[in-house]
Design a protein around this ligand. Structure first.
Ligand SMILES: [Zn+2]
Ligand SMILES: [Zn+2]
Length: 264
């Protein structure tokens, strides 16, 4: 059975932090990919997408499926320097909330950006999806639920014959959300989790969670591993090291670092 290769390209929330004291965990905003044979499914277009775009061109991958959690700018910034947009032989499929196409067209226009969607040579397709509905990318089933986040977000679950991957960023875990998420992610192999806050810094209504809440869900929902991500842009490497030491006493826990690849 083929491994699914999960690549970690961007681990920060809110803004990129390309400074020395953030480089070990990484300074790019949210971007992850799952490679299954020749399929590459990408989650979010934070600044980590720039590096991924270069890699995938080298690997001669011709089709990209990009699932967007929501349109807050930290999840879109990588689009502005995504080289595959300039390759006529490449197909890019973008999936996101209702209104996605109009919103992306607005963003890719003056005065925010000098080029529009029609100026790129890649073939771009928009797929607007209603959360709670399922669809397929090739033979892989994609399920979705709504996240608890200002302006909304979509959480994704990708299922193959025997493996499954959950992407749950930008979601505040209150009691109701805990139950919904636990059911949604039940039995999955790996869940990418919103660890924007530590418990002491948690701010109600900001739409983010803590690593501790993630570990509680893992045990409730029988998830194999949890990958902490979307770190607060104030949390330095030294600070995250300390948190990792405590959190990883639980063997399900992994703190994501840019450049890391995991097999599931
Ligand atoms: Zn975010
Ligand atoms: Zn957000």
């Amino acid at each position: 059975m083929q491994d699914w290769e999960v690549s970690i390209l961007g681990v920060r929330g809110s803004v990129p932090v390309p400074s020395k004291e953030f480089m070990e965990y990484g300074g790019n905003t949210s971007c992850f990919s799952v490679k299954i044979e020749n399929h590459v499914i990408i989650f979010d277009m934070g600044t980590g997408l720039t590096v991924l775009g270069r890699e995938l061109i080298k690997q001669k991958i011709m089709r990209f499926d990009i699932l967007l959690s929501h349109l807050h700018i930290d999840h879109l910034l990588g689009l502005f320097s995504f080289q595959p947009l300039f390759c006529p032989e490449i197909e890019i499929h973008l999936y996101g909330r209702i209104g996605l196409e109009g919103d992306i067209r607005k963003l890719l226009s003056p005065p925010w950006y000098p080029l529009g969607v029609e100026d790129f040579s890649a073939k771009i397709y928009f797929h607007e999806i209603e959360p709670e509905k399922n669809f397929y990318i090739d033979k892989f089933q994609v399920s979705t639920i709504k996240g608890n986040h200002p302006d909304g977000s979509i959480l994704y679950r990708l299922d193959g014959d025997v493996k499954s991957f959950v992407y749950a960023l930008d979601c505040e875990c209150d009691k109701k959300t805990f139950l919904r998420l636990s059911e949604f992610a039940c039995g999955s192999d790996l869940m990418v989790w919103d660890s924007y806050f530590i418990q002491e810094d948690f701010k109600k209504g900001w739409g983010h969670s803590t690593w501790k809440q993630g570990i509680e869900i893992v045990h409730d929902a029988d998830i194999e591993h949890i990958l902490m991500a979307h770190y607060n842009s104030d949390y330095t490497d030294a600070f995250l090291h300390e948190q990792e030491k405590i959190a990883c006493e639980d063997k399900s826990c992994i703190f994501s670092k840019e450049g890391m690849k995991l097999g599931i």
